[in-house]
Ligand binder design. Structure first.
Ligand code: MLC
Length: 474
């Protein structure tokens, strides 16, 4: 049997080849048309010597052809490596060097590849793959500031897609409002895979705007988002229960949602948001129940087939006790690309150490408390302070720096930098910002800079970020 997940998609959507798959403002594409488009791109990939097991790095705007290229990469048995479109050249060159792709698709060659696809003879086959062959590699940042490629197999993606499709009760006729970027696990796998297994129509928005979401909600039955999406919708009076009349399910993830937002949402729409928990290395791990209590502030139960334990000081925690969440299951990645030591470091035997801190109750319902590292989650994007501090520390006039996340009404957390000047003259904030912007994606650039005489340290010399968060000006 061919374990290539593309084969699974094709089996499921073949029930409705003429159904609209992706619908945008000005155009649409049926499932049969997407099948053909991906076959054309498959031919192009093969002409570019993309053979099974080779990587294809892709950094392009969200579009129908982006989806076709993703499917084409699966089809030819290669490994899809998506990159955030806001990464700078400096960031991208690291990924390209690390992944060593057979092809790098970006805005420079997209038009040419598209023209080649228009003219290509469709390659209608699906390369046979084994369950453990890689389908995708998703970069995640790390505490050291160096990104790691999480290797995801066809079996990883398949198990998660089938499970979510089942537990979130996708039914014929479901229409997905798709506002997420497709360079991350949430928008690419969770949203698109479940829709494809359902042969669902997807209202495919190039990016999230309140205006377009409000306009499209009456036509949709399912929306998947990050808390910032729901916070912004709630800030608009037009977002009400009438707009959500056809909606069956709102899910939220990638960042914690506050109980206040949960409650305001229910009050306004009559719907309870279903919060779930996942990460690039594992796809989805837990979910609040479709039927039964969706408890604000908790992320629900392990998905069927997924095992979870909470560990503190080398022992498994009893219910209610807080520790680090560890996971086992068919969804868990195969390791970090070319980093066997790092892979081993983040495992405890057969268990993957997520780095998230939480507790499980007697029924196994998980509540997350935070992270064991000092990662910042801003608008559903993970940001590692180290990456920013390393650049700041190299700036003229900077002795040292520390970056923390502070509470933010829109993004959940925002990035803030504390800087100690190396001399009597403070460096200019504009200069610091310009240096950071030249090498880092703009969502990582601190929203404010604060100069202090020295960084608070404990007796071991470790910077006390908790203290910094407390002294930060509003
Ligand atoms: C944009 N900006 C951000 C930001 N997004 N700053 C901090 N945090 C963010 N998340 C900044 C830009 O850098 C830019 O800054 C300015 O805001 C305008 O950019 P924009 O692109 O127009 O912003 P906007 O459309 O408002 O984006 C907000 C957003 C977006 C919430 C729609 O961030 C988003 O799509 N987030 C979802 C991310 C996601 O899919 N995560 C899933 C990861 S998978 P400037 O200074 O240049 O003006 C995962 C696993 C799991 O975590 O469980 O799901």
């Amino acid at each position: 049997m061919n374990a290539n997940i593309f084969e699974l998609f094709r089996t499921h959507w073949s029930v409705a080849p003429d159904r609209q798959f992706l619908v945008t403002d000005d155009t649409s594409l049926t499932y049969a048309e997407m099948d053909e488009r991906s076959a054309r791109f498959a031919a192009v990939l093969r002409n570019h010597n993309v053979t099974p097991g080779e990587r294809v790095v892709v950094q392009i705007d969200k579009s129908m052809d982006n989806v076709a290229i993703y499917l084409a990469v699966l089809r030819v048995g290669a490994i899809y490596v998506p990159l955030n479109t806001s990464y700078t050249n400096a960031e991208v060159s690291f990924f390209v060097e690390d992944a060593a792709p057979a092809l790098f698709v970006n805005s420079d060659n997209l038009a040419e590849l598209t023209t080649e696809a228009d003219a290509a003879e469709p390659w209608n086959r699906v390369e046979p793959r084994l369950a453990d062959d890689l389908a995708a590699m998703v970069y995640t940042s790390g505490t050291t500031g160096r990104s790691k490629g999480a290797m995801l197999s066809h079996a990883n993606l398949t198990s998660n897609a089938l499970t979510l499709h089942a537990i979130w009760r996708f039914t014929p006729g479901d229409v997905l409002l798709h506002v997420l970027p497709i360079y991350h696990v949430h928008g690419l796998f969770v949203a698109l895979h479940t829709a494809m297994l359902n042969a669902s129509t997807v209202l495919f928005c190039p990016k999230f705007t309140v205006e377009q979401s409000i306009e499209l909600l009456p036509e949709a039955t399912v929306m998947m988002g990050v808390p910032t999406h729901y916070i912004r919708l709630l800030a608009d009076d037009r977002f009400d229960s009438a707009r959500c009349e056809n909606m069956r399910l709102f899910t939220s993830g990638s960042a914690p949602m506050t109980e206040q937002v949960h409650e305001a949402f229910t009050e306004r729409t009559g719907h309870q948001i279903l919060e779930r928990y996942g990460m690039s290395e594992c796809g989805m791990i837990t979910s609040n129940p479709y039927e039964g209590d969706r408890v604000p502030g908790t992320v629900g139960y392990p998905l069927p087939g997924v095992r979870l334990r909470v560990v503190a000081d080398g022992h498994e925690c009893s219910p209610g006790e807080v520790g680090v969440v560890q996971v086992q299951g068919p969804n868990v990645f195969l390791g970090y690309w070319r980093l066997p030591d790092k892979t081993e470091q983040e495992h405890d035997g057969d268990w993957f150490i997520t780095g998230d801190v939480g507790s499980a109750d007697t029924e196994g319902r998980l509540t997350l408390e935070g992270r064991s590292g000092d990662m910042i989650i801003s608008g559903g994007l993970n940001i590692y302070p180290k990456e920013i501090e390393l650049i700041l520390d190299d700036c003229n006039g900077v002795l040292e720096s520390a970056v923390v996340g502070l509470p933010d009404d829109d993004f959940g957390e925002r990035v803030v930098a504390f800087v100690v000047a190396s001399g009597p003259e403070q460096p200019l904030v504009d200069d610091l910002e310009a240096t950071l912007r030249s090498s880092l994606a703009s969502f990582k650039v601190p929203r404010s800079f604060h100069f202090i005489n020295e960084l608070p340290r404990n007796s071991m010399g470790k910077i006390q970020k908790v203290t910094l968060r407390q002294v930060a000006p509003e």
